[in-house]
Design a protein around this ligand. Structure first.
Ligand SMILES: [Ca+2]
Ligand SMILES: [Ca+2]
Length: 447
């Protein structure tokens, strides 16, 4: 793979990459820089997979506003990261961790030890220990998780920061995000069994948040504890296409938002952190931390800096990654449905004032649905340190994003042949990813 650096992260591909999970012909190189979007970049994705792209591509069948050709002329990325060293790396490779055996994995995380916890969409949490998949699930809640539609199921998991600290508030507890058999979203707490660290109690569920879902798609699903100890939850705009509820820009709904909840102070319920940005504002829900999101399928905190990376799945043409610096006080408006990445989506009223634009975007010539990843902070591969890795579900292209003095840069570091539904981070900071189709797990390493 040749190295390609392009300064403004807007590019047009001469060759069209198919959406079949990473054809070898899609070894692509960006060939133009700093170009504006044109009408020729119509979606070309053909949906053959069974997960998110089906919905995304269906959405493109609905008539939508067409961005004007000069939509990028006046915008520039508005977020800069916390200053930390970044190591250069030209290529990455995928080291097999588990060859298969998982059913439609949707997330990977850890519980502060060497085990990997993997979500199965149908409603199970599995454990990989010592390179082997344990036969019994850590948690099985298939009796209440519905996954009839491609973006539904068990979608998110976050262990409480005190999970492994006996006696501390939150010890032995973890939070999941799932959709039920009616398609509605639940964020619930569960507890590990006192006498078996590899088994949680399915009857220990305490519901913290419920969101009615008007459409099957755009359920978000990510959960993560921030460096502030609060639980962050991503919810999509409700679904369908073109944000029919106007959810992204409204502040009276949790849909299309990143929420920030205190799940530690009170027992069995959340409280609102007093410094959430819309606390006390009439007509705004106090749980909201940031808004203007379409479907933030995956977000993550940089464990070294606290910077927050939010990958927001686009609609017709553009996929995007946003960065929120660690010192943010919240309230960012990430633009949807006014903008799709850096391009006007609402051509009649494309008022961009106050919007935070992405630091990276790619066109649907290179994919169909962004899968956000992590900043590498592991010890095994110092040459990867400080890079944020992100991929596309349809093409399997993996990029590294890294800041330079003149702005964010991106390199393609691997054109994989996988269908990557999620990344995940181990306790040691190593980055893993899941092949949704084959139920396999890989570790990211230098190529
Ligand atoms: Ca929905
Ligand atoms: Ca956006």
């Amino acid at each position: 793979m040749k190295r390609a650096i392009f300064p403004l992260l807007v590019f047009i591909m001469l060759s069209v990459a198919g959406c079949s999970g990473g054809e070898t012909s899609s070894e692509v190189e960006p060939t133009a820089v700093a170009v504006a979007a044109t009408a020729s970049l119509a979606p070309v994705v053909v949906a053959t997979n069974t997960f998110m792209p089906v919905i995304e591509v269906q959405a493109t069948l609905t008539p939508t506003a067409t961005p004007p050709p000069d939509a990028t002329a006046t915008v520039a990325p508005t977020a800069t990261p916390t200053d930390t060293p970044v190591s250069p790396i030209d290529t990455v490779a995928l080291e097999p961790v588990l060859a298969g055996g998982l059913s439609h994995p949707t997330f990977i995380t850890h519980a502060f030890d060497e085990r990997l916890f993997v979500l199965e969409q149908i409603g199970r949490i599995r454990i990989i220990e010592g390179g082997a998949l344990l036969p019994d699930p850590f948690l099985d809640i298939t009796d209440r998780v519905g996954s009839a539609a491609s973006e539904q199921g068990l979608l998110g998991l976050a262990f409480h920061p005190n999970y492994a600290t006996p006696g501390a508030p939150g010890a032995g507890t973890f939070y999941v995000n799932y959709t039920d058999y009616s398609g509605d979203t639940h964020i619930s707490r569960f507890s590990v069994l006192a006498d078996d660290p590899n088994r949680a109690d399915p009857d220990s569920e305490v519901e913290y948040l419920f969101q009615d879902q008007p459409y099957p798609n755009h359920n978000g699903g990510s959960l993560a504890f921030g460096p502030d100890g609060y639980l962050y939850a991503g919810l999509g705009d409700g679904g369908s296409a073109n944000d029919p509820l106007g959810a992204g820009q409204r502040r009276d709904t949790w849909l299309g938002k990143l929420l920030r909840l205190d799940v530690t102070t009170a027992e069995g319920e959340y409280t609102v952190p007093p410094d959430n940005p819309f606390v006390g504002q009439q007509g705004a829900l106090p749980e909201i931390w940031a808004y203007g999101l379409r479907n933030p399928w995956r977000f993550s905190f940089d464990r070294a800096t606290g910077d927050l990376f939010i990958a927001d799945v686009g609609q017709n043409q553009w996929e995007e990654v946003n960065v929120q610096p660690a010192d943010s006080s919240g309230g960012e408006n990430y633009g949807w449905v006014i903008m799709e990445a850096t391009h006007c989506f609402q051509t009649q009223t494309c008022d961009q004032s106050g919007l935070v634009l992405p630091i990276f975007e790619y066109a649907h010539s290179q994919g169909c649905s962004v899968t956000g990843g992590y900043v590498y902070r592991g010890q095994a591969f110092p040459e990867m340190t400080g890079n944020y890795f992100v991929t596309d579900y349809c093409t399997g292209i993996i990029w590294r994003l890294f800041p330079q003095s003149d702005g964010w840069q991106a390199n393609i570091v691997l054109d994989s042949d996988l269908v990557i539904s999620t990344f995940g981070e181990g306790a040691d900071g190593e980055i893993y990813l899941a092949d949704y189709v084959h139920g396999a797990i890989y570790r990211l390493r230098p190529g």
